[in-house]
Design a protein around this ligand. Structure first.
Ligand SMILES: Nc1nc2c(ncn2[C@@H]2O[C@H](COP(=O)(O)OP(=O)(O)O)[C@@H](O)[C@H]2O)c(=O)[nH]1
Ligand SMILES: [Mg+2]
Length: 361
């Protein structure tokens, strides 16, 4: 039978022609994106081969809420663990606008020029509201983004601080396995994020700017206590003299704090992330710190304590969330709240009752 040019109802339909406006190269890119997701093993191999694309994809799995992704993420983390822990971890805090991102750009470039490999992460539990403020920061790190020896990852968002902290800690492991020897973690400098970051880094740097001469005003004592160094940024132009005064004042204040367990004596310094003046001194200070704590073994001790701390934190958080999400507890909690309000039961007895019910169920 002769083939008719007219298609029968049984033959396949013609697809939609590719519109002229789509270039072949973008079609190829879309096709690549749609290709099968890489397996856990492929990502592990990629990370260990220092492939940043594999690293990014694995971090996306760590950040996912999909249980299947989390399982895959756990496999990858387990495989990466033996290759982790070989870096130095630096936390950077300071109020918004103090210049953290600009500083990290200048500092990051400086140390990659010395042959180091830098990964920059951020802890920002508020980014659900601000929609990932660090995304804008990526443009502040224009040079570092292009640097082959740097990796910048915007913060995980839409989570509790505990959730963000877990993801950041797991991301650190992946970055280290991918060969990054310096991890920099920026905090937004508000709320509790400093404490969380302090519990996952070796060195904690507080960034400041010179004020109206009353430098210690409004600075939280707890933050000063956590700091291993205070760096007064924006020491350029008309600011230089004021910044030097601030440095003196901070140095005096730092002397009043009790000695640190690390044996390290924190100091204040000035720098400009614009002119790069003082950036090399900050790195020198940090290097001196690591030399000290690696010699006196405080380095390992602190990391071990941090691991224990995060294990306990995770248990506490899981217990709490399981308890409050338990269907029966949700119901009983409301009933007991009312009973407590009406003085029918003591708050303590109500709590014990609920916990008893939960652990028996
Ligand atoms: N003059 C001066 N301005 C700076 C310096 N570092 C940062 N800035 C400016 O301060 C503003 C806030 O910087 P940014 O890095 O986004 O601060 P962050 O919110 O702490 O991350 C920006 O306009 C920067 O250009 C510096 O060393 N000198
Ligand atoms: Mg920033």
């Amino acid at each position: 039978m002769e083939q008719s040019s007219k298609k029968s109802a049984l033959s396949e339909k013609d697809g939609v022609n590719q519109p002229q406006s789509l270039s072949n190269s973008s079609v190829e890119v879309i096709k690549q994106m749609r290709r099968k997701q890489p397996s856990a093993q492929e990502l592990i191999d990629g990370i260990l081969a220092k492939d940043k694309v594999a690293l990014s994809r694995a971090i996306t799995l760590v950040e996912s809420t999909n249980p299947e992704h989390l399982e895959k993420a756990n496999t990858i983390i387990q495989a990466c663990l033996p290759h982790a822990n070989k870096s130095i971890r630096i936390g950077i805090t300071g109020v918004p606008g103090v210049g953290k991102s600009t500083f990290i750009e200048a500092f990051g470039k400086h140390i990659t020029s010395l042959g180091r490999k830098v990964a920059v992460l951020a802890v920002d539990p508020s980014s659900t509201i601000s929609h990932g403020s660090i995304l804008g920061d990526k443009t502040r790190m224009e040079e570092l983004v292009k640097d082959e020896n740097a990796f910048i990852r915007p913060s995980a968002s839409g989570e509790t601080l505990g959730g963000v902290a877990r993801k950041t800690r797991e991301t650190i492991i992946l970055c280290e396995a991918c060969g990054f020897d310096t991890i920099i973690i920026e905090t937004v400098g508000v709320g509790q994020s400093e404490t969380a970051v302090h519990s996952m880094v070796d060195f904690f740097l507080l960034l400041k700017i010179s004020g109206a001469g009353d430098e210690l005003q409004g600075i939280k004592r707890g933050i000063m206590e956590m700091a291993d160094a205070i760096v007064i940024n924006k020491a350029d132009g008309d600011n230089i003299a004021k910044a030097k005064l601030a440095k003196t004042e901070f140095n005096r204040a730092l002397h009043l704090f009790p000695a640190k367990q690390s044996g390290w004596i924190p100091t204040a310094a000035t720098c400009s992330s614009y002119t790069k003046e003082g950036i090399d001194t900050v790195w020198k200070t940090i290097s001196d710190y690591f030399e000290l704590v690696k010699t006196n073994h405080y380095f390992e001790e602190k990391r071990q304590n941090q691991n224990q701390f995060w294990m306990m934190e995770t248990i506490n958080e899981q217990l709490k969330s399981n308890f409050y999400n338990h269907p029966e507890i949700i119901k009983l909690l409301e009933e007991n709240k009312k009973a407590v309000q009406n003085d029918e039961i003591s708050p303590f007895a109500a709590a014990i009752n609920l916990l008893g019910k939960y652990f028996k169920s």
